[in-house]
Write a protein that binds this ligand. Sequence first.
Ligand code: GLU
Length: 292
Amino acid sequence: MKEITRFAPSPTGHLHLGHVASALHGWRAAAESGGTFVLRVEDIDTVRCRPGFIIDLYADLEWLGLSWPRPVRQQSRHMDDYRRVLDSLDARGLLYPCFCTRRDITESAAAPHHAPDGTMVYPGTCRHMDPGRRAALLAAGTPHALRLDMARALELPGARTLAWDEAGHGPQPCDPAAFGDVVLARKDVAASYHLCVTHDDAVQGVTLVTRGVDLRPATALHRLLQHIMGWPVPRYSHHALLCDGTGRRLAKRDGAVSIRAMRDAGMTPAQVWRAAMAADHISAVPSGVGSL
Ligand code: GLU
């Protein structure tokens, strides 16, 4: 089967070796099947994402010898698409506005517990809000997030027995309930990562989602969104994350050495690929890179 894979970085900083390894997973799965490797820019968070980082990420990936179909899907240009999904969820009674601040949530959770992705499960305060008060707050333009009513979503036929197919490992059972009423539109950003990523994998026809294992827990939630919206269901391949010498995962915020810095220090693309492959036991790179 010709796989459509994607690399979907958020332009909040410069690419580092962990990104190269991740892109390579996607590229390799597409190349091995004669399929297509797609690039997507996940820039809905306009505070953390910078246009300059988008320009630089294209340049870095091109310098590395990767290519992808144009135009690239840039999420910030598709907010209307996400709005339509939110409207359809709302029309089905699956959303509710949440006016809570972070502090409200921490203080109101009698026994706070965490979702599989480490976020705090929402105690449900605004779900039970008096409709009159809710309408008044909305009419006053009070900032609010939109949350999925998980209990209602799970009432949909089939929603409690979902699974996803992990390449090489078979069906993985899902427990989306463990996430509680997740945010699908933030107060500051009109959509959430979970909504956009799942929507875009569907509209871009992605058949195999390759991404870091840190996002594995979120897949249960993505499966639920696919089920609710009737979107096609890709297979998944979650790869290990590259770590630094102390065993910590490489991260932009911790100042992981960027591809730019490696290039400026005189490294060739082949040397960068070799560094990513050595760290990740990968054995094939794009032909544009030449032999290593
Ligand atoms: N944009 C996400 C990130 O940079 C990746 C999303 C995904 O692969 O599902 O971490």
